[in-house]
Design a binder for this molecule. Structure first.
Ligand SMILES: Cc1cc2nc3c(=O)[nH]c(=O)nc-3n(C[C@H](O)[C@H](O)[C@H](O)COP(=O)(O)O)c2cc1C
Length: 155
């Protein structure tokens, strides 16, 4: 499965750590949406969108990148890190995928060290995350995703 993951990771590089764990031993291109302007997601079997959560959703440049580059019907998945878990973080990116008729294979989220705003005063929350367990879970998530894809239900 040839995979691209289009990501934004700026606050503490938390999301990138998770993606690097997923990409270990697999054919995954990590695409920083703030650097790469031209990309052909048509050339990949599957596309991930990944972000730290900023004000309750994926960072705007990832949403914009998806609106601009996501081909119709492409299998997608989502990866995110957050300070505090809420159920709605993939709502907007999920909506973009649905509008393109893209099947959503799965999503992975875990805590990421957060020193935004008042949290800085207390030394931050979700300290130490993503930790070793989070990264193991991320690796397992991507292995399972490949198996799901290879079973062929989404082609
Ligand atoms: C400006 C800003 C806004 C944030 N908003 C949220 C939020 O709404 N919900 C949440 O759980 N975490 C929020 N966070 C924490 C980040 O989602 C978390 O630290 C994440 O792991 C950052 O990922 P990154 O290091 O890959 O950029 C925010 C952080 C920043 C800097």
């Amino acid at each position: 499965m040839k995979t691209a993951i289009c990501y934004y990771s700026r606050h503490h590089g938390n999301t990138l750590k998770v993606l690097q764990a997923m990409a270990q031993d697999s054919q995954v291109d990590l695409i920083d949406v703030t650097r790469r302007q031209a990309v052909r997601l048509e050339d990949y079997d599957c596309t991930g969108f990944a972000s730290g959560i900023y004000y309750g959703t994926f960072q705007e440049s990832v949403l914009q990148f998806a609106r601009q580059h996501l081909p119709e019907g492409k299998a997608v998945f989502f990866v995110f890190t957050y300070g505090v878990l809420r159920p709605s973080y993939t709502k907007v990116i999920g909506q973009i995928a649905r509008e393109r008729g893209c099947p959503v294979l799965d999503e992975f989220g875990c805590k990421g060290y957060d020193t935004f705003g008042p949290f800085k005063l207390v030394g931050g929350i979700a300290k130490g995350h993503p930790d070793g367990q989070d990264l193991d879970n991320a690796r397992r998530f991507y292995q399972n995703l490949k198996e799901t894809y290879n079973r062929g239900a989404y082609r």
